[in-house]
Design a protein around this ligand. Structure first.
Ligand SMILES: Cc1cc2nc3c(=O)[nH]c(=O)nc-3n(C[C@H](O)[C@H](O)[C@H](O)COP(=O)(O)OP(=O)(O)OC[C@H]3O[C@@H](n4cnc5c(N)ncnc54)[C@H](O)[C@@H]3O)c2cc1C
Length: 417
């Protein structure tokens, strides 16, 4: 008997997670369709026209406690690519006061290192972290600011950076429940930060494609899905720009596109619509030898400074107000902060500004309420994507989890037939 075919549309982390999970079990023939020329979705390497080379933005972190992301990395044999990014705790600097500190939470399930004031930001008491313990029981409509302080040192040095980094929304708008979920998924801060030593492409995407090829799955690039044909409560055909694929009754589809494409393709589907922008400014300037690989910035135009061997990257999260500004102005403003943080006096070095209007959905109670489950009203159509209801904000763990959950749904559907 012919094996059914599962079509996975979208080769971001969610689609790759779904495809790897199904292909490994050989229950179905897997075909991945991706509209772009390469895989990786929002985190695919960018092409630099000037040097005619692809480059990874170098801003991909996962936590050692993220089970789905690490299971995917393990499944594609890429665990050795990942290194601890901040073994001495996460370094911070306050540009207004010049103060520097490291946040060290401690390994394991309890952030015991916070008991020592040297592991906390200056002016922040142990009790300032207590809201974290109450977030797990927060109701769906609550905001982080209902639990954590809005003003003062703890707000600026703990809760606001956390909201921007983990929830892609400011403290006032972020969902308390998703904040609690993000904390719980980090083992209450006890996890370590991992980073791929040679970028996400080598640390996950390329190994995933190799794994798929080894399992006999097909991956097709530059294949944009433009329509789904429905009949008898199921998807009967996939319309791509240049051709149509008819589906046999036992075939299934996992739609692993971003939400705006998914809602355009599947009538009546609700999904988050409010996305936070991000701006990354890459400078071709080597960081000092003792520079922390990741530096959180308080009271600056930038929120993070990432230091590599021959470059530095300034990151602005929730950057909607900046996204239309000319690139040279963004580079100059970011360099002012970088120079102040690093003591560099040189003129602005060669730079590259990457703007992302829709970097991640804003983890607010309103957007969380719009997230669909993985099933649809069509029997053979399933959803994957960081925006699907995973219980987590938009992150690589959520993407990997949504893909694994979609694969599980397809498996159950295939078994039920
Ligand atoms: C700048 C930036 C930095 C980030 N840093 C981190 C980080 O450090 N840690 C972390 O956990 N998360 C991070 N994130 C979030 C993380 O990258 C996302 O959660 C994740 O990549 C989302 O994956 P996805 O597969 O759900 O969606 P996407 O990556 O958006 O993938 C969807 C795929 O579908 C394809 N597609 C779209 N429409 C069609 C169509 N019609 N037909 C065929 N294919 C289609 C797209 O081309 C794309 O490849 C970051 C995001 C950004 C933008």
């Amino acid at each position: 008997m012919n094996r059914p075919t599962v079509h996975v549309v979208g080769a971001g982390v969610s689609g790759l997670s779904a495809a790897v999970s199904l292909a490994a079990a050989a229950e179905a023939q897997i075909v991945v369709h991706e509209s772009a020329a390469i895989a990786g979705g929002r985190r695919r390497p960018l092409f630099d026209e000037a040097s005619q080379t692809a480059f990874d933005s170098g801003a991909d972190f996962v936590l050692s406690s993220w089970t789905s992301a690490l299971a995917l990395i393990e499944a594609v044999g890429a665990r050795a690519q990942w290194r601890e990014a901040a073994p001495d705790g996460i370094a911070f600097a306050d540009l207004a006061t010049g103060e520097r500190w490291r946040l060290r939470l401690g390994r394991g399930r309890f952030p015991w290192r916070l008991l020592d004031p040297r592991n906390r930001p200056p002016g922040v008491a142990l009790s300032d972290f207590w809201p974290g313990a109450r977030l797990a029981r927060a109701p769906a409509a609550a905001r982080l600011v209902d639990y954590a302080p809005r003003f003062g040192t703890a707000a600026e040095r703990v809760w606001r950076p956390f909201a921007l980094a983990a929830l892609n929304a400011d403290l006032e708008r972020a969902s308390a429940r998703l904040a609690g979920a993000a904390l719980a998924a980090s083992r209450w801060g006890g996890a370590t930060l991992l980073k791929p030593s040679r970028g996400l492409a080598r640390g996950l995407v390329e190994p995933a494609l190799k794994t798929l090829a080894r399992c006999g799955a097909a991956t097709r690039f530059e294949r944009k899905l433009v329509g789904l044909a429905f009949a008898d409560g199921r998807v009967a055909a996939l319309d791509f720009v240049h051709d149509r694929v008819d589906l046999a009754p036992g075939d299934a589809v996992i739609l692993a596109t971003p939400p705006q494409e998914a809602t355009a393709l599947a009538p009546g589907l609700a999904a988050p619509q409010d996305f936070a922008a991000a701006v990354h400014v890459h400078f071709a300037a080597p960081a000092a030898r003792d520079a922390p690989p990741i530096l959180g910035v308080a009271n600056g135009a930038i929120h993070w400074l990432l230091s590599g061997e021959d470059s530095m990257t300034a990151v602005v999260r929730d950057a909607g107000a900046l996204i239309e500004r000319p690139r040279d102005q963004l580079a100059a403003a970011a360099w002012r902060d970088v120079a102040a943080l690093t003591g560099q006096r040189d003129a602005v070095p060669a730079w590259r500004v990457v703007k992302r209007k829709r970097a991640a959905f804003a983890a607010t109670p309103e957007q969380d309420a719009l997230r669909p489950g993985g099933d649809t009203r069509w029997s053979n159509l399933f959803l994957a994507g960081a925006y699907v209801q995973t219980g987590l904000p938009d992150c690589l763990e959520g993407s990997a989890r949504s893909g694994a959950m979609a694969a599980e749904r397809v498996r159950a559907w295939l078994a039920s037939r």
